[in-house]
Write a new protein. Structure first.
Length: 345
């Protein structure tokens, strides 16, 4: 098939993939008279982006000739899914690696807290880019080695926004707020994620005024910024300030509404908590569990159990919150019976 025709078909598949129309992309893929490596790779990326990892793997297995891009697509897909074993297995079978492959495996090990293995892969890499070094900073931060993270950061020839945010997170993890603030002040170009990281860091340390000062200095506030301020007040017991922040939100999300359910429960206003819950368009297990906690906290165990029974899909936290509602309110016999109903894996 003419090279221009390859290009046209691939562009149509890519356009369908970019629009999120994976089924249309698959239909085009099946109709194409001949396929080159780029055709297969685009389709593998389409399935992976949709979260259809098994479909991506099946297509990968059908490929007559695989290149490093094909392997990288699947290595990354497995890693993002949290399937480190399949990601590393494919990585080990690759005839050649590049920075994309290595970075994907390093990051997957870091996300799973397998820091020794992540460092082993990092040290075996023939070369490193800014993504690699950012991963190493995150690795050191998670393992409590702030000075090593700082030395890595200082030794980088080029830093991007992720580098600065990773270093701020390292100071937060070490509860070194002064260092965190100093790093924040050095950031050459702050974006919303940098400001929000700083607000979160100060909130965790109970430094409400400093967090509010950072919030006020933000040139442009998004929903995440407002939600972070709301969480800052709520987590530190500033209930009235939480309420004022909630009513100033340009629009709300599930996190903000769930937080306000718990805030209103803390101050005994279950009617408002229930009103927020009932008007939520996007109730999830966290929201349902918050309502169970709200009733349990105020001693309405029967109402808590009624909500618990209606949760579509319960998770371990849901069961724990309901058990705590029984125990905290002196319903010890019910607590024992309920404990034995908790699913065991």
């Amino acid at each position: 098939m003419d090279r221009r025709n390859f290009y046209s078909w691939n562009m149509m598949i890519q356009a369908s993939r970019a629009a999120g129309h994976t089924s249309s992309a698959a239909e085009l893929f099946d109709r194409i008279p001949q396929r080159d490596a780029a055709t297969w790779n685009v389709m593998i990326h389409a399935y992976a982006a949709q979260g259809s990892i098994d479909a991506a793997a099946r297509l990968f297995d059908r490929m007559p000739h695989r290149d490093v891009c094909s392997c990288n697509a699947l290595v990354i897909a497995f890693a993002r899914e949290g399937n480190i074993a399949r990601s590393k297995s494919l990585f080990d079978r690759m005839s050649q690696w590049n920075l994309v492959s290595c970075n994907a495996v390093v990051q997957s090990y870091i996300r799973s807290s397998n820091l020794d293995q992540a460092k082993k892969i990092f040290d075996s890499m023939p070369d490193h880019d800014v993504v690699s070094w950012n991963s190493l900073i995150t690795l050191y931060a998670q393992s409590g080695h702030l000075e090593l993270a700082k030395n890595t950061f200082d030794g980088m020839e080029f830093r991007d926004l992720v580098s600065w945010n990773a270093m701020i997170a390292a100071y937060v993890a070490a509860s070194r707020i002064r260092g965190c603030q100093a790093m924040f002040d050095r950031v050459p170009e702050r974006q919303a994620v940098t400001w929000n990281s700083m607000i979160t860091a100060l909130a965790h340390q109970g430094q409400i005024e400093a967090a509010k000062s950072i919030f006020d200095r933000m040139p442009a506030k998004d929903l995440v910024s407002w939600t972070n301020l709301l969480l800052c007040y709520a987590q530190n017991g500033f209930l009235e300030e939480s309420d004022r922040a909630f009513h100033r939100l340009p629009f709300t999300n599930a996190v903000a509404r769930t937080t306000m359910i718990l805030v209103n429960a803390q101050r005994g206003d279950l009617a408002t908590a229930r009103e927020i819950f009932d008007t939520m368009p996007d109730q999830d297990v966290v929201t349902w569990t918050a309502m169970v906690q709200a009733y349990g906290h105020q001693g309405f165990v029967a109402l808590a159990k009624n909500i618990f029974d209606k949760i579509p899909e319960k998770n371990p936290v849901s069961w724990s919150v309901m058990l705590l509602a029984y125990a905290e309110n002196g319903h010890f016999d019910e607590a024992v019976r309920f404990f034995h109903e908790i699913p065991r894996k």
